[in-house]
Every structure is written in structure tokens, then in C-alpha cells.
Design a protein around this ligand. Structure first.
Ligand code: NAD
Length: 266
């Protein structure tokens, strides 16, 4: 039985993770955390997730209960995730990280914890998106430089970072396929006198509104034809199931940084 803790337990993903752990064989929820000062500290995490009481009360400090779990699942915010990673790395607790929006320095700091613990990080834990990432790299490598590549993403009105971590992961996948460095060729939105499109650029377009769980389309456009690879998430359950699957898998792994592609054996 893998003992799991969820931080950000009252969040959109946190509640879904608690529900998913409760229905996953081989997994048990043994701790739940929220931001210090949250009015939900002390609440029953099962009740909050709509499952009825489970006896796991939401606490404020990951550090205080590090010995109570094997793997921490963290879908919160970059600063919180970094603090949790430092605490977990200190005592060998494993981590599944779904938080997005890290700066390059924060990302580096997080991944360095992989020297001490097994850490699985993915911008998107859904199986479908990870298969799409594989297809995108292949499509880009085969279609090559004759096709203009553009990425569109849409999310609900509450999302705080843009473009989405998944759109950036898709950008990395196509950039690998055509041997380009995404940092050098990415264009994040266009306005005014932009001039004609530069062939090597990879453009991103972001839409925010309503309750869209996550839409992503990558377009490969040439004279006379267009290929589009699209993924649409209709429920956060797809991410939660993937993250809990990653946590079960991670329990058997040695220190290192892993992706959802590693979990799925892609
Ligand atoms: P949310 O705002 O609903 O939930 C975040 C929760 O984290 C909140 O309840 C907040 O109080 C809590 N939190 C903040 N600081 C904390 C701290 N120091 N300690 C404990 N809890 C803290 O957001 P959400 O929609 O659940 O998304 C959370 C993150 O997960 C975002 O970065 C989002 O982009 C990412 N996300 C990733 C995937 C994926 O598959 N990788 C999928 C969905 C969302």
C-alpha cells in the first residue's frame, strides 16, 4: 500500500486527487495539507472532496507530518511546491508535482531535488496528452521545416499562468522534432505591425474563459494543407488519475527526475 499525501487539498485538483486515491487499489490517503491560514485547516478532507468523512484532517505544515506518507502529490503554486520539495528532499519523501508556472530558475531548483528523491513532474498528467506529445514530436520530425507550427490553448477563467504548461510541453516536443530551441523561436502572442511570419518561429495563442478544463491544438501548416493534432480534456479526473498512477509507480523508483512519459513507458 502506497501512503499518499495531497497538498492544495481544497483546490480544484486537490479534491479530485483525494477522490481518486480513495478509489485506487494500492493507494491510501494518509495526510492532506492546505496553505497556512486557510479557513479549511482542520476540516475533514474526505468531506471536502464530497466523499463523506475519511478521518484525514487538513493540516498546515507538510514538515510536521513527513513521516506519515511515502509520496506527496503537489498541485499548488510554484513557491509552495519549492518549499515542499526542499522538505521532502531532506528526509527522502517522494513527490509527484503537477504545479505549473515555474520560472526557469525555480524549475532548476525543483529538478535539483531529484538528486535526493524520486520526483515525477509533468505539465499534464493525462494519458491522452502524453500520447499526443509523442505523436507531435514524430509529426514535427517527419513534416520538417516546410510546415509552419502554431499552438493554440484554451482554459477556464481562473487559470493564473499563460501559456499553459501543457502548451509549453507541446512546444518543446515539436521543437525537439525539428531541432530547434524553443526559447529562441517561441512567439507568445502577436499585436500591431508584426511583419511577415518568420519561418522558424513557433507561435502560441492563449484563450481564457468559462469552465474550459483544457483544450490544446498544434497546427502544422504548409501551402495546400494543414495537419492539426488536438487534445480536449472534459474533466480534471484525467489529470488526477494520471497523477495517482504516477505516485504508485514512483514508490518503486530510486532518486531521479521522471516524466509521465516514463510512468507510461512511452
Ligand atoms: P486551485 O487554485 O484550485 O488550487 C490550488 C490550491 O493550492 C488552493 O487550494 C490553495 O489554497 C493551495 N495552496 C496554495 N499555496 C499552498 C501552500 N503553501 N500549501 C498548501 N496549499 C497551498 O488550482 P488548481 O486548478 O487545482 O491547479 C493547481 C496547480 O496545478 C496549477 O499550477 C495548475 O496549473 C496545475 N495543474 C496541473 C495539471 C497537470 O496535469 N500537471 C492539471 C491541472 C492543474
Amino acid at each position: 500500500m502506497v501512503r499518499m499525501a495531497v497538498t492544495g487539498a481544497a483546490g480544484r485538483m486537490g479534491r479530485m486527487l483525494i477522490e481518486t486515491i480513495a478509489s485506487t487499489e494500492g493507494a491510501v490517503l494518509t495526510a492532506a495539507f492546505e496553505r497556512p491560514g486557510s479557513s479549511l485547516i482542520g476540516a475533514d478532507s474526505g468531506e471536502l472532496a464530497g466523499l463523506g468523512k475519511n478521518g484525514i484532517v487538513i493540516a498546515a505544515q507538510v514538515e510536521a507530518t513527513l513521516e506519515q506518507f511515502d509520496v506527496l502529490i503537489d498541485f499548488t503554486a510554484p513557491a509552495a511546491t519549492l518549499a515542499n520539495a526542499a522538505a521532502c528532499a531532506g528526509v527522502g519523501r517522494k513527490m509527484v508535482v503537477g504545479t505549473t508556472g515555474f520560472t526557469p530558475q525555480q524549475e532548476q531548483q525543483l529538478l535539483a531535488c531529484g538528486d535526493q528523491i524520486a520526483l515525477c513532474k509533468a505539465a499534464n498528467f493525462s494519458t491522452g496528452v502524453n500520447v499526443a506529445l509523442k505523436l507531435l514530436e514524430q509529426a514535427a520530425a517527419t513534416l520538417g521545416d516546410d510546415y509552419d507550427i502554431e499552438i493554440y490553448e484554451a482554459h477556464h477563467r481562473h487559470k493564473v499562468d499563460a501559456p499553459s504548461g501543457t502548451a509549453l510541453a507541446m512546444g518543446e516536443a515539436v521543437a525537439r522534432g525539428v531541432n530547434r530551441n524553443l526559447r529562441e523561436v517561441a512567439v507568445y502572442g502577436r499585436e500591431g505591425q508584426t511583419g511577415a511570419r518568420k519561418r522558424e518561429t513557433i507561435g502560441f495563442a492563449t484563450v481564457r474563459g468559462g469552465d474550459v478544463v483544457g483544450d490544446h491544438t498544434v497546427m502544422f501548416m504548409a501551402d495546400g494543407e494543414r495537419v492539426e493534432i488536438t487534445h480536449k480534456a472534459s474533466s480534471r479526473m484525467a489529470f488526477a488519475r494520471g497523477a495517482v498512477r504516477a505516485a504508485v509507480w514512483l514508490a518503486q523508483q530510486d532518486a531521479g527526475v521522471y516524466s509521465m512519459q516514463d510512468v507510461l513507458g512511452l
